[in-house]
Design a protein around this ligand. Structure first.
Ligand code: NAD
Ligand code: ZN
Length: 384
């Protein structure tokens, strides 16, 4: 089968590899029908995440058709249409029982995560040995461990293009707005208008936010946010994003969401190496939020932070009484039934951000374009 494999920084290749086999009785093998690239994959593409090994198959957002079923799988049979959660949860530990599938205690034993975070979070599909070392779904077939917990059946009424994003960005963006305490009548500002940020804008609008301010520099993304009714700020054209926000919201914004993948300061891309060398500082976006947020407002961090932070404005956090929440990897299983209903009823249309379709053998070009934000690319659907 064909699969997208990581070979080094900005070096990913579509290669012929063996079709995976069932190794555990709770496994399912799926024939992938749809997959895509996520901002989270860019952290791997840039080699920001440690413990990547050459030849790993990437991809944590995928859907497909059940092809083979392990002896202990109860909910699925050959031929079922399913979407996978990007995280792999056991369904039995105390975190899973609380509905916090992304915090599963049993599917990732990364020693490095233990050292950095005290306790590792759940394993992820296609996200290096830092997240369990599971092969991903940017491939023609994939093995899904503990399938009864990590797959969701899709009704015939929901086409592939509307179902795929339930694997990650639909629940992730929804979770980001809940963590930011977005509610009817509140003002919201979203940093980063990739798929996660744009959907966060949409959920905020649906929740009745009084004003949504959307910040980025990519024209196609700013244009889509504007079409949704957001007030847009191009950070390349403004020397100070925060003062622009205060012009619109004199008391500051109630809810801030950080959905930026890579942060740029004066044209410099943040990387772990640059941050460690104090060339750039990954606290820039949180600091803008800490300055722009209303006193006693809420900030939610849904963007992944691989780098350290050196100049964090801890004084603003304390003196303004800010609640700052790390969203964690979004607990997909907690939300996906409710969100599937919203998609099925037409209340939420995930295809509003779908800009390009690709075939599996075009994956390397897709990574490059998605990384450079070229050709108006926002979110893609890759048919396998
Ligand atoms: P993306 O790369 O498509 O979009 C990120 C956007 O941020 C880009 O348009 C970029 O121009 C913008 N940006 C960069 N610097 C900025 C700045 N200083 N101010 C404002 N905007 C800025 O990525 P995506 O797919 O939307 O993902 C966004 C982030 O969310 C990534 O870090 C990803 O890893 C993370 N993520 C987290 C979860 C989770 O469960 N917590 C799940 C999926 C993705
Ligand atoms: Zn993702």
């Amino acid at each position: 089968m064909l699969a997208l494999r990581w070979h080094g920084s900005r070096d990913v290749r579509v290669e012929e590899v063996p079709v995976p086999a069932i190794t555990e009785p709770k496994d399912v093998i799926c024939k992938v029908t749809g997959t895509t690239v996520c901002g989270s994959d860019l952290h791997l593409y840039h080699k920001e995440i440690m413990q990547l090994q050459k030849g790993e198959i990437l991809g944590h957002e995928w859907m497909g058709i059940v092809d083979e079923v392990g002896s202990e799988v109860k909910k699925f049979k050959k031929g079922d249409r399913v979407v996978a959660s990007f995280q792999i949860a056991c369904g039995e530990c105390s975190f899973c029982k609380e509905g916090l599938s992304s915090m599963c205690d049993r599917t990732n034993s990364s020693r490095l995560q233990e050292k950095l975070y005290g306790k590792p979070f759940a394993g992820l599909f296609g996200y290096s040995h830092f997240a369990g070392g599971f092969d991903g779904g940017q491939a023609e077939y994939v093995r899904c461990p503990i399938a009864d917990v990590n797959l969701l059946k899709i009704p015939d009424s929901v086409p592939d293009e509307k179902a795929l994003y339930l694997s990650d960005i639909v629940p992730t963006s929804y979770h980001a707005t809940i963590c930011a305490d977005v509610k009817d009548g509140k003002s919201v500002a979203v940093w980063g208008l990739g798929p996660v940020g744009l959907f966060s804008c949409k959920w905020s609008k649906l929740a009745g936010a009084r004003r949504v301010i959307a910040i980025d520099r990519v024209p196609a993304r700013l244009a889509l946010a504007k079409k949704m009714g957001c007030h847009v700020i191009n950070f390349d054209e403004q020397s100070d994003v925060v003062s622009q926000i205060y012009k619109l919201e004199p008391e500051g914004v109630d809810c801030c969401i950080d959905a930026a993948a890579f942060r740029y300061t004066k044209g410099l891309l943040h990387t772990v190496e640059r941050t460690m060398a104090l060339e750039t500082d990954s606290s820039e976006t949180p600091n803008e939020m800490l300055r722009a947020v209303r006193k006693f407002g809420t900030i939610s961090l849904v963007a992944d932070y691989a780098a350290m932070t050196n100049q964090f404005l801890i004084g603003a956090l304390m003196e303004k009484g800010v609640t700052m929440r790390g969203c964690g990897q979004a607990p997909v299983q907690k939300y996906w039934h409710e969100l599937l209903e919203k998609i099925e009823s037409g209340e939420f249309d995930p295809t509003i951000i779908l800009s390009h379709r690709f075939k599996v053998d075009e994956f390397s070009e897709l990574y490059d374009a998605f990384d450079k934000k070229e050709h108006g690319i926002i979110k893609t659907f890759v048919q396998t």
